[in-house]
Design a protein around this ligand. Structure first.
Ligand SMILES: Nc1ncnc2c1ncn2[C@@H]1O[C@H](COP(=O)(O)OP(=O)(O)OP(=O)(O)O)[C@@H](O)[C@H]1O
Ligand SMILES: [Mg+2]
Length: 476
């Protein structure tokens, strides 16, 4: 019979797959178990590789290679090690952790291995992204020149954030970090939220999904969870998994907001792994691997040539000490920090943002000239009031002695009202700018209400491309 198919068939892509296929299964045997740490002889593997351990009852446990020493392989399990015995087979997968990604992730809650935990069935991925990835090529990064709306007045006015900016939210325990994140998740104008809940309590996770995010918020969000009772490797990997998911959506051209609550628990989990793997404790008791991983993780967010990831990283500041090592390291990596103050929270001033101690390094690039002047005016009044607050509250200051202090006192209550905001009371950007104009008596021009009021600067890549281009002769 003559085939109706006349064109030559192209086998190249199939051949490539077959040539690359791993035909040898590398296996090893468990030689010891200590808590979640497993030691085995073999298999041939690399650090970060995922292995499967076969239990005598037929069940399997996933584990990751965290140390190599001759033929000895140290693994850490993603779940309980109950049932493992000496001699169990360890099979190397040949791959590091891959995260299932796709549009179907929206509205779903997954764990650190990428499996759904919301009882809504399996997720059918479009493709897989590696959990551990390098940061985008700095030459191909689009500039941050669009403003993101967080819906939080104090941030949008005085600490304006750009799409693709990376910000840390620093505070001691119970000062309102998670509440602030949930306000941003509900009200931001970004396309998609990816939220990593790392080391939180189980109750907080349910509260966050049901109460804080709500049905509408969840629809455009993906939540990655590794609660505090999960093994350290799960808490570390959850941070990578949510970053990989954000990267996938960024590659689809979306403006993504990535939120991590919180980075300190990620660092503590890596501390556990590092120390049990023989690393020596360094700064603040943290092994060097912690300070190596933090910048690598955080450099992955930001812009690339397709979309943006605006990242908010919550940092739990131990004993409210802003110089403790994790706080210090994270502050140096990011493009800005929002500091929450216990004093403000105690006075029921929510969100408890200490504006004068906070900074958004890119705010000038994403807000108009007049808006910047208005923000500067408010900051000056606040600083003047703070510097003289002892005199003012003790009644020592006499009105009329200084025009600037008089003005700061006059504006104080109005500024407080402007900065306070109820949790479920969103504030669109237009309302924030209107209120700012009224507070400062300045008129903010129409064009400064747009998403990119500052200059549209060309990207570094565009400049390089323009320089490379040789002008073509027009006529011959
Ligand atoms: N905007 C707000 N309006 C009213 N109350 C708030 C607001 N933000 C925080 N709170 C109060 O502060 C409490 C602690 O907030 P939250 O759980 O967000 O703090 P946290 O810094 O995340 O704490 P932890 O360190 O334990 O994770 C809340 O239970 C709530 O009572
Ligand atoms: Mg919290």
């Amino acid at each position: 019979m003559k085939s109706s198919y006349t064109r030559e068939f192209n086998f190249t892509k199939y051949l490539e797959k077959v040539c690359d296929a791993e035909t040898i299964l590398y296996t090893g045997r468990v030689s010891g178990v200590k808590g979640l740490e497993i030691e085995s002889e073999g298999p041939r593997s690399v650090i970060g590789e995922i292995c499967t351990i076969k239990l005598p009852d037929g069940k399997t446990i996933k584990a990751e290679v965290v140390g190599l020493d001759g033929i000895k392989v140290r693994l850490t399990a993603f779940g309980e090690t109950k049932g493992i015995e000496v001699g169990c087979e360890v099979i190397a997968s040949g791959a590091t952790l891959q995260v299932p990604v796709g549009m179907s992730l929206l509205g779903r809650t997954i764990d650190a291995t990428g499996e759904a935990i919301d009882g809504l069935g399996e997720i059918s991925p479009e493709t897989y992204y590696p959990a551990i990835e390098v940061s985008p090529d700095p030459m191909r990064k689009a500039p941050v020149n669009k403003r993101i709306t967080t819906g939080v007045r104090a941030i949008d006015s005085l600490l304006t954030v750009g799409k693709g900016q990376r910000i840390g939210i620093f505070a001691g325990s119970g000062v309102g970090k998670s509440t602030l994140l949930s306000m941003i998740a509900r009200n931001t104008d970004a396309d998609i939220n990816v939220i990593g809940l790392i080391g939180e309590r189980g109750r907080e996770v349910l509260d966050f999904i049901d109460r804080d995010l709500g049905k509408e918020g969840l629809k455009r969000s993906v939540v990655v969870v590794a609660t505090g009772d999960k093994p350290a490797i799960c808490r570390v990997r959850a941070a990578y998994v949510c970053t990989a998911i954000a990267e996938y959506f960024r590659d689809q051209g979306k403006d993504v907001v990535l939120m991590m609550d919180n980075v300190t628990r990620f660092a503590k989990a890596q501390q556990e792994i590092g120390l049990s793997n023989g690393e020596l404790p360094g700064n603040g008791g943290y092994p060097p691997s912690v300070f190596d991983m933090l910048p690598k993780l955080m450099e992955r967010t930001g812009t690339n040539e397709k979309g943006s990831i605006t990242a908010f990283y919550n940092v739990l500041v131990d004993s409210d000490d802003m110089n403790e090592p994790i706080t210090d390291a994270v502050r140096g990596i990011l493009d800005g920090h929002i500091v929450l103050s216990r004093q403000l929270a105690q006075a029921y001033h929510y969100p408890a943002i200490d504006v004068l101690a906070s900074i958004s390094r890119l705010s000038k690039r994403v807000s108009g000239k007049i808006t910047q002047t208005a923000a500067g005016k408010i900051r000056t009044w606040m600083a003047t009031y703070r510097d003289n607050s002892t005199m003012i509250t003790a009644g020592i200051y006499q009105k009329g002695n200084s025009a600037s202090i008089d003005e700061a006192i006059d504006k104080h209550d109005e500024i407080e009202d402007f900065l306070k905001q109820e949790e479920f009371d969103p504030c669109p950007m237009k309302e924030t700018l209107d209120k700012m104009a009224a507070l400062t008596g300045m008129e903010i021009p129409e064009e400064e209400y747009s998403e990119s009021p500052a200059l549209n600067r060309p990207t570094t890549a565009q400049i390089v491309d323009a320089q490379k281009k040789v002008p073509e002769p027009e006529d011959f």
